[in-house]
Write a protein that binds this ligand. Structure first.
Ligand SMILES: [Fe+2]
Length: 376
């Protein structure tokens, strides 16, 4: 049940709201209420039209009323006769640190995900928004999911991608589709084994998601591996605190070099990127693309130890979900959370896919939640 207001009391330049249930009172500056007045939003775009900087900290209210049995708040301002009306539900939901996209994150090990590998069916995915939403909710929770039963063609792969978000353009192009031909200067374009990593450690805004569709697998080996970086973070926070701390502090530079094409990308961030309340936001790790950088010698040695702890956990088979990707199964995974790897292979293998931006996929899910009448 939604909270309703009991009383609204002016205390100096603030308004204290008390609630009909046991929750703590909410205190908001009057200036905030005027700045966030719902009647002062553009009717079509929802953008703020108030001139924030003409509001004084000493702004006064002529009358404040709890109305509609506590479901609303009315503020009549002293100046200009303006009236602001707020929904109690809106006021009750305010947070100092709102999640950009709330989700129940469920981290996993090999055994925990086995038998619970998320997927949706291609036919439903292409024809209903509910299936797209289910697919994106699965990825928000565990970091990856499959669309099953997809025709093994480039067209079908691109059609699946287009149901979610637009394809990100990078130095590799947009939609990519390749065999081991070293078209780009990257081990991904060989048949070598590729150790656990995330893509784009050299990008200021690493691709949020990656889609893989194996269009031909006439080869031996080449099994794919997914690892939940958020689970590794949980383990290190608990069992290797100093290592975790170091990897959340040291900004590691990543780089991508292709002199012939005139490309030299660089970015730097900690392996574990935390937000201001210490919540894990992003895991970034690609030991091959790490650029030279130095730390004070003792800290440098500690850094190598911490990196080795992380790498050992990535290499632990008990934390690895292994799967041979085959035509028909489209994988989408969160590149800010799930590390991927691939065994060496011999024979012919054709892999296609796209990158998508974090914000575009989240936008899609937010929209689909609102459509389904859920909180976003
Ligand atoms: Fe990769």
């Amino acid at each position: 049940m939604t909270a309703t207001l009991r009383a609204a009391t002016i205390r100096g330049q603030d308004l204290e709201l008390t609630w009909s249930d046991a929750r703590h009172p909410t205190t908001l500056p009057l200036m905030w209420l005027r700045d966030n007045c719902p009647a002062s939003l553009h009717p079509d775009t929802g953008q703020r039209l108030v001139d924030t900087f003409r509001l004084g900290a000493d702004i006064g209210a002529r009358a404040i009323t709890v109305e509609d049995q506590g479901r609303g708040l009315k503020v009549e301002w002293a100046e200009g006769g303006h009236v602001s009306r707020f929904n109690a539900a809106f006021l009750a939901a305010l947070r100092a640190d709102p999640d950009v996209l709330p989700a129940t994150i469920r981290t996993w090990s090999r055994d925990e995900i086995a038998g619970h590998v998320p997927s949706v069916a291609y036919a439903a995915f292409m024809s209903t928004q509910a299936a797209v939403k289910e697919f994106l909710e699965q990825i928000a929770q565990v970091g990856f999911s499959f669309v099953e039963g997809v025709p093994g063609t480039p067209e079908a792969t691109q059609a699946v991608a287009a149901r979610i978000a637009y394809t990100r353009q990078t130095i590799f192009g947009g939609y990519w589709d390749f065999t081991a031909n070293l078209e780009h200067k990257d081990t991904a374009y060989t048949s070598m084994a590729i150790g656990p990593h995330t893509d784009g450690t050299y990008s200021l805004d690493a691709p949020g998601y990656q889609m893989f569709h194996c269009l031909a697998a006439e080869c031996t080996g080449g099994e794919n591996v997914l690892i939940d970086g958020f689970r590794i973070a949980e383990i290190m926070r608990r069992d290797a605190r100093a290592d975790f701390q170091l990897l959340s502090e040291v900004a590691i530079p990543g780089q991508y070099l292709d002199e012939a094409r005139g490309i030299h990308l660089m970015a730097r961030r900690p392996l574990f990127r935390l937000d201001e309340s210490d919540k894990l936001v992003q895991v970034s790790y690609n030991n091959l693309d790490r650029a030279p950088f130095t730390l004070q010698p003792a800290r440098q040695r500690a850094f190598y130890r911490a990196l080795a702890t992380f790498n050992a956990l990535c290499s632990d088979p008990q934390l690895q979900h292994r799967r041979r990707l085959l035509p028909g199964s489209v994988l989408l995974f969160d590149n800010w959370r799930v590390l991927h790897a691939r065994d060496a292979y011999t024979g012919y293998r054709r892999l296609a896919g796209v990158y998508m931006n974090k914000e575009d996929v989240e936008s899609r899910l937010r929209f689909l939640r609102a459509r389904a009448g859920e909180a976003v």
